[in-house]
Design a protein around this ligand. Sequence first.
Ligand code: NA7
Length: 528
Amino acid sequence: MRYDAVVVGAGFAGMYMLHKLRGLGLSVRVFETGDGVGGTWYWNRYPGARCDVESMEYSYSFDEELQQEWEWTQRYPSQPEILRYANHVADRFDLRRDIQFETRVTGAGYDETANLWRVRTDRGEHEARYLITAVGCLSAARIPDFPGVGAFRGPSYHTGRWPHEGVDFAGQRVAVIGTGSSGIQAIPVIAAQAEHVTVFQRTANYSLPAWNRPMEPEYAQWVKANYPEIRTTMRTSVNGVMSTFNETSALEVTEEDRRREFETRWAKGGASFLGAYGDIAINPDANELTAEFVRAKIRETVTDPRVAELLAPKDHPIGTKRICIDTDYYATYNRPNVTLVDVRAAPIEEITASGVRTADAEYTADMIVYATGYDAMTGPLLGIDITGKGGLSLRRKWEAGPRTYLGLMTAGFPNMFTITGPGSPSVLSNMIVSIEQHVDWIAGCLERLRADGVATIDADPAAEDAWVEHVNEVAGRTLYMRANSWYLGANIPGKPRVFMPYVGGVGAYRSRCDQITADGYPGFVLSP
Ligand code: NA7
């Protein structure tokens, strides 16, 4: 079949892109691997899965009635609630009729002569003028290649591919590998049900309390009444959220003032803690003061000093790996049925038929939960065999790391857009804010191309080089480069060490994109 646009993925990005393109009168087909909408929130059904952005902010802003009618029940939305919301949006805007579920896009090649994308799926081929990827940044789930992964006798699960029917942990000895956001959310919930949980930690992570609670109706009402200003604040902020970012340096205030500020933000809960001072992300001393406050909280909470020391992160500055937001994470280690194993000291050597063997011990388990993360940002895109002009493959082009202009296009792949691609602020922000901005920009661009009779748009290689350099330069001014994070691809052996997201902030990024539109798309090559 031939369409004006093919969109890959029916998560929040793909759904909104479909809605916008329909509004332009384009014929659109969305292909989605899962059998429902929701993307990340469709796949991540592990116990405790919850968004780390507050619900009133983690929602679409494009439709006034939608944002007024939907009622969130908790301060931080749980996975089932977000999935209900995604389904509500799909129903409300009648999206499903243009989404083909249970269909994986396996490849796409640009046909220069016909100026068309030929899109291959596991259920047939299609053609489209525009190819728009809405594949998510954290959707290529990854289990490390431990020897013996297949040898384990019991069931094993990756948090990002959780069975829809759920998992019963009662009476089970569960091994959990990984202590990123997913592990930190799942461990307390699993520990409350299982006979025993053994947590395998390679890197201690900083986690802040969520203090999740039912939504206060007055608060929801206040936000709804003030959405126009609130959404503007979010869109022009650094991270796409409403919370206040204090510009003062942590080093300019007295110890007493600092403690008060940290305590206030800690008591409030959530990631706004990191907005306490303007230099936490850039000044090592300011960062260390912040990190030490969190370590002290961990030591206060965890009763066994040896365990507390293992949990207190020391090898990377706070905020340089995605901050975790938890419910009872550290206190869970006070339970008699939870054991922490340091696999930095003695790495996992093998998964055996009966459990996990590290360099110095063997741990028996009935189940293994892999909370081991993703091939982030590039993984989902390079999982598709994409070829551009002259048969250039994206895998080849990005061999030494992703290269994009604004995270929106990559030179040599005309009429292909990436929503929240590498080089955009996406994963450093409230994803929905970034998604809406990208979708609006792309839709505006397509409308303009049509009006001006432009047949192809491509990124100019020189503009792309300059953007990649700028992304690196801005990241280099921060402490982000000091952590072995998935932002840098460091979690995947052999992946090029390139800082993938843009740390300049969603507000600055938006202004730049808007300016480019206003100036007639400098940095892009338009052909009639
Ligand atoms: P993350 O944050 O990538 O966490 C993965 C965890 O798995 C992390 O603790 C890793 O340790 C650990 N891991 C990965 N490979 C290994 C091996 N080989 N041995 C031991 N431990 C390992 O993924 P999440 O799913 O938790 O969160 C992803 C994002 O989703 C999150 O940032 C939020 O944005 C939402 P490491 O730190 O690499 O030493």
